[in-house]
Design a protein around this ligand. Structure first.
Ligand code: NDP
Ligand code: GDR
Length: 325
C-alpha cells in the first residue's frame, strides 16, 4: 500500500516542491488548506509544478485543533510534514500574536494531534535559521545557541523545542530541520530574492523603472527549495528523529544577490536600486551561515544548486511571467 503523507502548508513554496517529490516516490499526498475567499489562487504553486490534481486537499487550520484531529482520523498519515506558518519575518512585527498562534502554538497543535491520533507516524517540524538570529557563532550548527530577533524567530524556537520535547517525552519520531533560506521561482513575492528577480524582469521589460529595497548589507545562506525538501524527507527515513541544519555553507549579501540578478539581463543594479526605510526591520539578522556537515554525514544530503544558477532560474521564470501579463 502507498505510504500516506500529510502536509500542512501544502499551498506554500515548500509544500508544492515536497508534494511533487513525494508523489514521484509513490506517496499518497494529503494537504491541510485554510479557507480563502480566493480559492482559485490557492493552488497556484501546486499547479505550476503540475501536481494540483494529484494531491488531496482537506479543509483545516493550524489554530483549530479540532480540525486537525478530524483530518488526522481521516488520513491516518505515515508521515507528517508541518510546514504551515506565518512565515514572513517582517509581518511578524505587525502581527506578533497571530504569528505566535500559527507558527508557535500551531506546531504544538500538530504535535498534539500526532500524539493523540498518529503516535506511530513520523513528524517533520519546519524549523529555521532565524532561530539563530543574532548568531552566537560565525558558522551555525545544531549546537549553536538560539538568539531570535523577531516574533517569528521566537515562535519558531517554541515550535522547535516542542518537537524536541515530544520526541523526548512521548518517544515520537519527530525531526526538526533547521533550514537556512531556500528559494525558487515559487518563492512569495514579498521575500527579497523573488522581489529582486521579479523587479529585474519588470525593469528589463520596461514595466518598472526602479526597485526599492531595505538593508542591502544583510547576508544569507541561500539554497534551492527543491534540494531542501529532499532533506526533509531524508530526515523521516532515519531510525530515529533528530535535529539537522540544512544549508549550503555559502553566505552572500543582499547587495551581491541583487548584482547577480541584474547582471543576468545585462543591467547594472546601481542604475535601478533605491533604498526605502519601510523595508528595514526593527531588529535585523545581520548574517547567517550554516554548516550542514551532520546532514551530509547522516542523511547523505548535499545541495545541488548554487546561488548564481538559482538566481538565473528565478529571473528567467519571472521574465516569462511578466511578459505574459
Ligand atoms: P510559505 O509562506 O510559502 O507557506 C506557508 C504555508 O503555511 C502556506 O501554505 C500557508 O497557506 C500556510 N498557512 C499559513 N497560516 C496557516 C494556518 N493558520 N493554517 C494552515 N495553514 C496555514 O512558506 P515556505 O514554503 O517558504 O516555508 C515552509 C515552512 O518552512 C514555513 O514554516 C517556514 O516558516 C519554514 N521555513 C522556510 C524557509 C525558507 O527559506 N523558505 C527557511 C526555514 C524555515 P496559504 O497559502 O493559505 O497562505
Ligand atoms: P528572511 O527572508 O527574513 O531571511 O526569512 P527575506 O527574504 O524576507 O529577507 C532576507 C534579508 O533581506 C533583507 N532585505 C529585504 N527583505 C525583504 N523581504 N524585502 C526587502 O525589500 C529587503 N531589503 C533587504 C532583509 O532585511 C533580510 O535581512 C526567510 C523566510 O522564509 C523565513 O520564513 C525563514 O525562516 C528564513 O528565511 C530562514
Amino acid at each position: 500500500m502507498a505510504r500516506r503523507a500529510l502536509i500542512s502548508g501544502i499551498t506554500g513554496q515548500d509544500g508544492a516542491y515536497l508534494s511533487a517529490f513525494l508523489l514521484e516516490k509513490g506517496y499518497e499526498v494529503f494537504g491541510i488548506v485554510r479557507r480563502s475567499s480566493a480559492s482559485e489562487a490557492m493552488t497556484a504553486k501546486l499547479k505550476w509544478l503540475g501536481v494540483d490534481q494529484s494531491v488531496r486537499l482537506l479543509d483545516g487550520n493550524l489554530t483549530d485543533l479540532s480540525s486537525l484531529i478530524r483530518i488526522f482520523r481521516e488520513v491516518r498519515p505515515d508521515e507528517i510534514y508541518n510546514l504551515a506558518a506565518q512565515s514572513f519575518v517582517q509581518s511578524s512585527w505587525n502581527q506578533p500574536l497571530l504569528t505566535a498562534q500559527v507558527t508557535g502554538v500551531g506546531a504544538a497543535n500538530m504535535l498534539e494531534a500526532t500524539r493523540l491520533e498518529a503516535p506511530g507516524s513520523r513528524f517533520y517540524q519546519a524549523s529555521s535559521s532565524e532561530m539563530f538570529g543574532m548568531a552566537r557563532e560565525p558558522v551555525q550548527t545544531e549546537q549553536t545557541p538560539f538568539y531570535p530577533r523577531s516574533p517569528y524567530g521566537v515562535a519558531k524556537v517554541f515550535a522547535h523545542w516542542s518537537a524536541v520535547n515530544y520526541r523526548e517525552s512521548f518517544g515520537l519520531h519527530a525531526s526538526s530541520g533547521i533550514l537556512f533560506n531556500h528559494e525558487s521561482p515559487l518563492r512569495g513575492l514579498e521575500f527579497v530574492t523573488r522581489k529582486v528577480t521579479d523587479g529585474v524582469a519588470r525593469i528589463k521589460l520596461g514595466r518598472a523603472g526602479n526597485l526599492a529595497l531595505g538593508n542591502l548589507d544583510a547576508r544569507r545562506d541561500w539554497g534551492h527549495a527543491r534540494d531542501y525538501v529532499r532533506a526533509m524527507w531524508l530526515m523521516l527515513q532515519q531510525d530515529r528523529g533528530d535535529n539537522y541544519v540544512v544549508a549550503t555553507g555559502v553566505t552572500t549579501s543582499v547587495r551581491d544577490l541583487c548584482r547577480m540578478a541584474f547582471e543576468t539581463v545585462g543591467l547594472e543594479m546601481e542604475d535601478h536600486v533605491t533604498i526605502d526605510q519601510r523595508f528595514a526591520r526593527p531588529a535585523e539578522v545581520d548574517v547567517l551561515l550554516g554548516n550542514a556537515s551532520k546532514a551530509k554525514a547522516v542523511l547523505g544530503w548535499q545541495p545541488t544548486v548554487g546561488l548564481r544558477e538559482l538566481v538565473a532560474e528565478m529571473v528567467e521564470a519571472d521574465l516569462k511571467r511578466v511578459a505574459a501579463e
